[in-house]
Write a protein that binds this ligand. Structure first.
Ligand SMILES: NC(=O)c1ccc[n+]([C@@H]2O[C@H](COP(=O)([O-])OP(=O)(O)OC[C@H]3O[C@@H](n4cnc5c(N)ncnc54)[C@H](OP(=O)(O)O)[C@@H]3O)[C@@H](O)[C@H]2O)c1
Length: 286
């Protein structure tokens, strides 16, 4: 049988780097540290090598299909399949950074939503039985109760297809472009919209995976909890150590929960299609 392999996107810093570190210690197989910039990826590799760990670097920009294909070809040739796929890469912003809302929405959806979706679409055929897929999201902001009106009425995760979700994402972007997003019931923050669509993506894909001939494929959305890394910069309290009074945890602490979800033992059927934080399923609507 081919060697087992785990892939982590956006792993040159923050929680992604910590997930690679944890997988190198706890997963029996190769761990692929990916980064959109080769220089940053190689620096991250050196950090882990100094700790006596041996991940393998491969470039991956999740917004570029050619880049996703190159990684896929490498994995297919070398391993013939995938055992763990952690979709961690995401855009992050500085607190108070002045980015026009349409540009912010473009970035959040190009990276977090469509980038993640395209990675999963291209790697799905390679998933081996008992493979685990994790989609990193934010369960504090990415909850569907943030929706009202038309957006809420259209957001029926139980009956939606992946295609419906993509249509909704494009409609949201159009509404932002024309300044009508609030009229349709979308919240103010583009990050919030992207993250809640990612939670829905995990739910919708889990239904396809349940019917798949390959046994026991599990996909879940994961909120790591507020962590001292790029993803929390935008939301920091004035003292810089907490978000809404919640003290930030270290990336390695966050990574241990993510790796728990990415390494659910073979044959276990749950959680699947859920939003999970600190090893517990949370309601995606509250
Ligand atoms: N930190 C938190 O408190 C928190 C809370 C909830 C959810 N999360 C989620 O957890 C995940 C990790 O968060 P984090 O705080 O570690 O984020 P981070 O420090 O901002 O790191 C994000 C990583 O994604 C990479 N990336 C961005 N765009 C990419 C692209 N197009 N292709 C490939 N890689 C790309 C970045 O690369 P560059 O270095 O090149 O920019 C970086 O390596 C994210 O999905 C985030 O939304 C974080």
């Amino acid at each position: 049988m081919s060697r087992r392999v785990a892939i982590v996107t956006g792993a040159n810093r923050g929680i992604g780097l910590a997930i690679v570190r944890n997988l190198c210690k706890n997963f029996s197989g190769d761990v692929i540290l990916t980064s959109r910039m080769t220089s940053k990826g190689k620096q991250a590799l050196q950090i882990l090598q100094k700790e006596g760990l041996n991940p393998i670097f491969h470039e991956l920009d999740i917004t570029q299909s050619a880049s996703i294909w190159m990684l896929r070809e490498y994995i297919e040739e070398r391993y013939g399949g995938v055992d763990i796929l952690v979709n961690n890469a995401a855009v992050s912003f500085d607190k108070g950074e002045k980015v026009p809302i349409f540009r912010k929405a473009q970035l959040c959806f190009e990276n977090d939503f469509f980038g993640t979706l395209n990675v999963i679409k291209l790697f799905s055929p390679l998933l081996r039985p008992h493979a685990r897929v994790v989609i990193m999201t934010n369960g504090y902001i990415g909850i569907s109760s943030a929706l009202t009106g038309d957006a809420k009425a259209r957001f029926n995760v139980e009956s939606m297809s992946l295609y419906d979700l993509e249509v909704l994402a494009n409609e949201y972007l159009k509404a932002v472009k024309y300044g009508t997003y609030q009229k349709f019931g979308w919240p103010e923050s583009p990050s919030q919209c992207a993250k809640l669509l990612l939670v829905a993506m995990a739910k919708i894909l889990s239904k396809t995976m349940e019917k798949d001939q390959r046994r026991n494929l599990l996909i879940n959305a994961c909120c790591p909890g507020w962590t001292r890394s790029g993803g929390s910069r935008e939301y920091l309290d004035d003292d810089g150590t907490a978000v809404g009074g919640v003290v930030l945890q270290e990336p390695d602490t966050a990574a241990s929960d993510v790796v728990w979800l990415a390494t659910i033992p073979s044959g276990t059927a749950t959680p699947c299609g859920n939003l999970v934080r600190h090893k517990k399923v949370v309601k995606a609507s509250t």
